[in-house]
Design a protein around this ligand. Structure first.
Ligand code: FES
Ligand code: FE2
Length: 383
């Protein structure tokens, strides 16, 4: 089934000065959305959740991604796994809500039991009453079906179709760019976590995050100290895009206290900060004293949820002595991300204007946004 004219994409992948944006159907049409789940979300390394949501060995959590029921576990060795949430016997859902598993993950139907690495450990009465084995039931072949996953900067990435390059290759350009931030990060705790529900297609949230062009009008408070001209574009074709500032200078306490910085950072980061949309659906921010990740959970063609998690340089920053500053930092980011809701929801409404042609990019200001459109179009072409 062709749900759109593929030649449309040729306009999107032109150089920014000539390109048009993705057509309306990419934001509103359930058939394009279904195709996108396969071509974009399942065929790349997409953000699924956060490792800190399953902090202890034994923790297990159900989650749905691309319509597929999954389980995230942390095994007894501390490793995170993502499995299909379906028993290998008759396909029963194994886990309905988040909990800590003592011992084994037991199927509620006929009690087949799996450990947190997914290995099938017990099959009661499978060979007849009182017989817990049968020659046709080979436990080593009947473990939970595992989805390729990788934890990076606390985000659990998954490649559902199993065909993407290794994560480290997929992410290499960003890993290299932020090599200095390749060090432990510590989640700030409950005060450093919030989520926002948006009535918009997930891509518009990504696109808005890529650019600083809207700063003067949408974020007047932020713009007062970090102006449009203090920003630069980040464009890594076919990988990620975003923007950076050269005037990062946090003021989070009235008495001059500051968070400790990450170790060994170069001068660039004294006043520098960067904000990158890591395609498809994870938005990162890095600063010398804190970092954050926003995972965009797509919940339909016209809705999504942003999960925001903030991290600091060491355990001490997550203690009571810094609680007021963490609160202030989280509140500042929340204010900025809430300011963006009006425009990302407004762009969604605009995409119901059937004559809208995808839009015209400013070659000077919209290169990061075009970079994302180009990436999406190429994923569709590849599919
Ligand atoms: S479906 Fe799980 S044990 Fe039968
Ligand atoms: Fe914004």
């Amino acid at each position: 089934m062709t749900v759109f004219d593929p030649s449309i994409l040729a306009n999107v992948t032109k150089p920014v000065a000539e390109a048009r944006g993705l057509p309306n159907s990419f934001y509103t049409d359930p058939d394009v959305y279904a195709l996108e789940q396969k071509a974009v979300m399942a065929a790349t390394w997409a953000g699924l959740s956060f490792a800190s949501y399953v902090p202890e060995p034994g923790d297990a959590m159900p989650i749905t991604f691309c319509g597929t029921p999954l389980i995230v576990t942390r095994d007894q060795d501390g490793e995170v796994h993502v499995f299909l949430n379906a028993c290998r016997h008759r396909g029963m859902i194994l886990l309905e809500e988040k909990r800590r598993i003592e011992g084994a993950l037991r199927c509620p139907y006929h009690s087949w039991c799996y450990d947190l690495k997914g290995t099938l450990r017990a099959t009661p009465h499978v060979g007849g009453p009182g017989q817990n084995a049968h020659e046709e039931i080979r436990r080593d072949e009947l473990g939970l079906i595992e989805v390729r996953s990788k934890v990076w900067r606390d985000v659990i990435f998954v490649n559902m179709d199993g065909k993407a390059p290794e994560f480290d290759d997929y992410a290499r350009a960003l890993i290299e760019r932020w090599r200095e931030f390749d060090q432990p990060i510590v989640h700030g705790g409950p005060d450093s976590s919030f989520k926002l529900s948006l009535k918009t297609n997930w891509k518009l949230a990504v696109e808005n995050y890529c650019e600083s062009y809207h700063l003067p009008w949408v974020h007047p408070g932020l713009n007062a100290y970090s102006r449009l001209e203090d920003h630069y574009d980040i464009v890594e074709p076919n990988k990620f895009s975003g923007q950076g500032t050269v005037v990062y200078n946090p003021s989070l306490s009235d008495d001059g206290r500051t968070f400790e910085n990450f170790g060994g950072l170069s001068e660039k980061w004294d006043t520098g900060a960067e904000y990158v949309s890591f395609f498809p659906n994870v938005l990162f921010g890095v600063h010398r004293d804190h970092v954050y990740a926003i995972l965009i959970e797509s919940t339909g063609p016209e809705t999504c949820i942003e999960h925001i998690e903030i991290y600091y340089a060491n355990e001490a920053m997550t203690g009571d002595a810094y609680a007021d500053m963490r609160d202030r930092n989280a509140a500042m980011w929340k204010e900025i991300f809430v300011e963006d809701i009006g425009v990302v929801e407004g762009m969604q409404k605009g995409r119901h204007g059937t004559l809208f042609d995808g839009g015209k990019f400013s070659p000077a200001m919209d290169a990061p946004t075009h970079c994302f459109h180009d990436w999406v179009a190429r994923r569709f072409e590849a599919a």
